[in-house]
Design a protein around this ligand. Structure first.
Ligand code: GAR
Length: 190
């Protein structure tokens, strides 16, 4: 069986990366994890699981374009069929996104198209919605606007703050990201 090679990009904690690693999907091979932050905790779990890691510190690059060009070179070295943004908190240039069209996916902590950008749980609380959640989507040039692959919703409870709501959403993120990747590997998404 040929496994789908993937590269994951992270910036921090890496709990979605952990969920993907722990899913142990026989259809995928995580070739590398690349972080734009040297202190990203997710790097440690990847290393403990024998996955090659790289750090490409965006602060070392003068422009977004130069960072993206180097990132692209690092990723392409592993010849991935799928690039997974797992809490990667950098906006990517349109050239970068175009290079990976149809094979670059992201998880976003809201029911898109609602609450794009940052602080999504606070945005949901302020909007007074009854349901909130997470979305896995293809990345396109427009931020958080590409085609949705899977979503999961959770109730917003009367005494929620952004932390309690975010924790409820995160449980769903850890379920739907491995699922979306599995569908991609099964070629259900293209
Ligand atoms: C996750 O909640 C993910 O949905 C979000 O960052 C968190 C990363 O957590 N991503 C975005 O907001 C992307 N715009 P993790 O590092 O533990 O996976």
């Amino acid at each position: 069986m040929t496994k789908i090679p993937l590269v994951a990009l992270i910036s921090g904690r890496g709990s979605n990366l952990k969920a993907i690693i722990d899913a142990n999907d026989p259809l995928i091979e995580i070739r590398a994890v690349i972080s734009n932050r040297p202190d990203a905790k997710g790097l440690i779990y990847a290393q403990e699981n024998g996955i090659p890691t790289e750090v490409l510190d965006h602060k070392q690059f003068a422009t977004r374009k130069s960072f993206d060009t180097h990132l692209q070179t690092s990723i392409d070295h592993y010849q991935p069929k799928l690039i997974v943004l797992a809490g990667f908190m950098r906006i990517l240039s349109s050239e970068f996104v175009a290079h990976y069209q149809g094979r670059l996916i992201n998880i976003h902590p809201s029911l898109l198209p609602a609450f794009k950008g940052l602080n999504t749980h606070q945005q949901a609380l302020e909007a007074g919605v009854k349901e909130h959640g997470a979305s896995v989507h293809f990345v396109t040039e427009d931020l958080d606007a590409g085609p949705v692959i899977i979503q999961a919703s959770v109730p917003v409870l009367p005494d929620d703050d952004s932390e309690s709501l975010g924790a409820r959403v995160l449980i769903e993120e850890h379920r739907i990201y491995p699922q979306a990747i599995h569908w991609f590997a099964e070629k259900h998404l293209f």
